[in-house]
Design a protein around this ligand. Structure first.
Ligand code: AMP
Length: 280
């Protein structure tokens, strides 16, 4: 069966009318799809009657010195993969329709968005929350699926749904990894062979800290030191941050009494990688 391709808001409106009374699940993406995305599609299929995947490289979530121009775009392959995964529709909005001339309205979180990735990626989460709210308004899904790979993003979207009384169930799904542990990411294809070889060390370091947590260590700083010492042995990395936060609201804690998460961002050459591991 072929997949429905939807570009304009009129086409989307028509499709939604056809799907009246059915449970619609949205999987928002920026394309360059890999198995992590496809696992979200599979979860979505199990959860609802209709699955719609959006592909939109959202200019509002990239800073002026970030990789918007070089972000991988593989639309034909993406549509093939979504067809094979039996998604019902793919939504490919145009930037000009998403952000019409004179655009000036944004969703801003001014607590949870400030640290971690938000500390270096100015306005990134403003762009993410704005586009996700717009996608929710356009697609009107009953549920939407996000990967825990973008942990802060997922928690911010949960918070937005609560704060703005949105009628959509937001679910976070487990990280899909390569065999060697590297979290799948559209950006991985931009790693050189040498960088690709060393990239799984981020997860190896997270696993070491996790192991220490499982053995009973609850001092945040001890766990952070374990990670930092591991990564320091690989000179190729430029560590942007490693932090431990409480899972739901991402607040800091020196002693981990609540379920927590260790989050990392590191650069290999000009590729920025993120990963995390839940502690408890
Ligand atoms: P992106 O296309 O990178 O914006 O990602 C679209 C969605 O797929 C987001 O909810 C991501 O968190 C999720 N995602 C990306 N990589 C993975 C992965 N390796 N495992 C699970 N979900 C992922």
């Amino acid at each position: 069966m072929s997949i429905e391709t939807v570009i304009t808001s009129e086409e989307l409106h028509e499709l939604r009318a056809q799907w009246a009374g059915q449970k619609v699940v949205l999987v928002p993406t920026m394309g360059a799809l890999h198995e992590g995305h496809i696992s979200l599609v599979e979860k979505a299929k199990a959860l609802g009657d209709r699955v719609i995947v959006s592909i939109f490289v959202n200019p509002k979530q990239f800073g002026p010195r970030e990789d918007f121009a070089t972000y991988p775009r593989t639309l034909a392959e993406d549509v093939e993969k979504l067809t094979a995964a039996q998604a019902d529709a793919v939504f490919l909005p145009n930037a000009s329709e998403m952000y019409p001339e004179g655009y000036q309205t944004y969703v801003v979180n001014d607590v949870m968005s400030l640290g971690l990735c938000g500390a270096t990626r100015e306005n990134h989460f403003r762009g993410v929350l704005t586009v996700v709210l717009k996608l929710f308004n356009q697609v009107k899904p009953q549920a939407a699926l996000f990967g825990k790979k973008d942990y802060q993003q997922w928690r911010l979207i949960e918070r937005m749904v609560k704060d703005l009384s949105l009628d959509v169930a937001v679910l976070g799904e487990e990280i899909v990894r390569e065999k060697d542990g590297l979290a799948m990411s559209s950006r991985n294809r931009r790693l050189t062979p040498e960088e690709r070889k060393v990239a799984p060390q981020i997860y190896k370091g997270l696993e070491k800290a996790h192991q220490q947590y499982v053995m009973g260590e609850r001092h945040r700083d001890k766990l952070l030191t374990t990670f930092k010492q591991h990564l320091a042995a690989f000179k190729e990395f430029n560590l942007e941050y490693v932090e431990v936060r409480v899972q739901d609201a991402l607040q800091e804690a020196e002693i981990l009494e609540k379920p927590s998460v260790m989050l990392v961002a590191a650069r290999l050459g000009d590729v920025r990688l993120i990963d995390n591991i839940e502690l408890g």
